[in-house]
Design a protein around this ligand. Sequence first.
Ligand SMILES: [Zn+2]
Length: 403
Amino acid sequence: MGARDTLSTAVGLMEPDLGHFIAPSNGSDTGPTYPESWNDILMPYLRDTLVFHGCYTTEDKNRHLKFFSNHVTRWLGPGPSYNPDTGLAVMKYPSSLTNDHTPFEVSCCWKSKLQSGKPIVRYVTDVIPFDLEVSRMAGFKSAIEVIAILDRVSQSPKGELVLRAFPKLWSHITERMMEYEQKTHSEPCNKCSPSAVFVGFDLVDSVSFAKMYWLFPSCHKTPELVQGVRHMLSSCADNSPTVFPGILQNWANIENHFNSYPDILQPRILSVDATKFPEARVKIYARRIFSGTNDFSDIEPHLSLNGTISLPEAFRDTCKSLWGSLVGPEDSQPGKGPKYCLLLYEIGTKLSSKFPAEGVSAKLYIMCQEIPRVDSFLAQRLYQNCAVLQDADLIKYELRPRE
Ligand SMILES: [Zn+2]
């Protein structure tokens, strides 16, 4: 079932009880029937994650669940159906958010020891076109409507969910992405997924901080993609010069690095989020594609932009030991092990006098589906290598003794 894979992929951890996610047999010989809506399927996941793992009051939990049910499920498209011949779920839209096309992924975030092992719960969703047209352009068009929904909710009276968002800025970027799509990617393309825009939420106490992600065409080469990113950032700077005075300066350092390694670095996603509201946080996600070996030494120069970003020592050591524990020598050969990892660059919006050290920071995203290991192995390695997880019950649960 898709939702189970989604959770275990996103969190790389436990698999909750699935008894209430799959409808029981309807008594005929046609087998089970799935609930028809994503709301029925996904609400239990979100509720269980909030109840068992997060640190939320009952009122906070109800606000987040109500927002999901009333609004978010409107852009997830229809839920899966059931094929009695194969026994498998049939997805109605080919979302690229997850490997099995589920347009939803829940994850847990441990950023600080102050959380005492209790994660911030987050989820991200694909914007499925309202008319179910399978195209990136349809995804962008529906994203405009989704942003209008977020705009309305963010202005709701006190007492309801507090939603932090940047509707005007997000609409501006979405419109520029539509123009870019029309100009550079209007022919039918069988290489790119129709997914164009993801929307995510960080649930911090009673506040939901929204995040938008725009996907660039995966069939484009790096030099073209770099130009596309610069075009988007330039448009933001022109539109809001006081908000983004330094973004192009800070981006230039990353752009130069990408242009030096066009065959192994590929920008994939632009993100602008409200997690530091009222300031906008701007990020670029890029693939580090492994063409030969995949040691940490193949990653580090791109995290640090060849040493121009000073990586905090503890961060660098954690990345190195964790990657080394997940990817063994047998995986670090051409054609084996992970094909890529994701590098996240946060681009400072302000002018930086200490360019580039203060203007750009980087993170490593290890894609669990690229690591050929079971969840319990991943949990064990996370526990062994990440100090912040020592109190995390969710990790300890996965490490419990099995019969
Ligand atoms: Zn394409």
